[in-house]
Design a binder for this molecule. Structure first.
Ligand code: SAH
Length: 303
């Protein structure tokens, strides 16, 4: 099992995702002899997990069942233990696209936080890229490094426990892209530039407040970044409903008919008053809750 490759069978030592329903999933460290309690019953690792295919439906307890899934960054994001606020897949997808990440990309990130974004970055840049991630909170840095090992992605990432605003990313001239998710990103813009390749690249900063965005944009412009733009990603989920509409009454037949034709034609049967048509329609939401943050992107030109 690895977060960047797929395996068919669940093995001792894997991290599997127990999928309870579409808004509840939990990661389980598979260990021969262990068991895991879920709200649908107990899962016995030796008999219910080890040797089974990923994707299997596992019966637990008397009548309950769950699916056991191969881990992916998306499933990790919805099931990981939170040490901080985290980034979710809607923002992550936009970040990945706008930073133009691909297999082989070298990326710098700070702070690492709970590693939600990091896992997605690692899957995109594997098998030849590298992530340099900086986290100044010691326990968080240690915990995420431990998780990268357990998820077999540690060869793709270097975790540095330092203050990115004071000490930077610990690398010079190597990054294709830099991502910032810290309270004062403007203080790290100079270090982002230092970490980036001579021929340029992309930078993104995530901030919940517009005042942070303003200061970051100013710092980006001062350091010579170009194409500075900020966007917010909001999901607009349409509500599908079945509605019943009264049939329109178009009156007598079209005026193109001659008077004689009209006179000869028997009148149409009278439509009943309650005639109606049933159709499906969607309504977009009036308000969209779920502001997470603003994403500010910029390009470092060739230097
Ligand atoms: N993007 C992460 C969440 C980051 S939370 C995720 O998806 O999981 C922000 C993190 O930045 C916190 O863990 C905090 O400790 C760290 N941080 C804040 N300021 C920092 C700094 N100056 N240098 C390094 N890390 C910093």
């Amino acid at each position: 099992m690895s977060f960047v490759e797929y395996s068919d069978l669940i093995q001792d030592g894997d991290v599997a995702i127990v999928y309870l329903n579409h808004n509840s999933a939990m990661p389980v460290k598979v260990q021969a002899g262990s068991q895991t309690q879920t709200r649908y019953g107990v899962i016995r690792h030796s008999t219910d997990l080890i040797g089974q295919r990923y994707g299997s439906k596992v019966t637990c307890g008397k009548s309950g069942w769950v699916y056991v899934l191969h881990p992916t960054p998306e499933l990790w994001t919805v099931s990981l233990p939170h040490r901080t606020q985290i980034l979710y897949t809607t923002d992550i997808a936009t970040i990945t696209m706008m930073l133009e990440l691909k297999p082989g990309s070298v990326v710098c990130e700070s702070g690492t936080g709970s590693g939600s974004l990091s896992h997605a970055l690692l899957r995109t840049i594997a098998p030849t890229g590298h992530l340099h991630t900086v986290e100044f909170h010691q326990q968080r840095a240690e915990k995420v490094a431990e998780e990268f090992k357990e998820h077999h992605v540690d060869h793709l990432v270097t975790v540095r426990n330092q203050d990115v605003c004071k000490d930077g990313f610990g690398v010079t001239g190597v990054a294709d892209a830099v991502f910032l998710d810290i309270p004062s990103p403007w203080e790290a813009v100079g270090h982002a530039k230092t970490a980036m390749k001579k021929h340029g690249g992309r930078v993104c900063s995530f901030s919940p407040c517009i005042e942070q965005v303003q200061r970051t944009c100013e710092a980006l412009a001062d350091h010579g970044f170009e194409e500075i733009s900020t966007l917010e990603v909001l999901l607009r989920v349409h509500d599908v409903r079945t509605v019943s509409l009264p049939l329109p009454d178009f009156g007598p037949d079209s005026p193109a008919q001659s008077e004689q034709e009209v006179a000869e034609k028997p009148p149409p049967p009278a439509a009943p008053n309650h005639a109606s048509v049933t159709l499906k329609t969607t309504t977009p939401p009036r308000e969209i809750p779920g502001h997470t943050g603003y994403l500010t992107f910029a390009t470092k030109p060739r230097s």
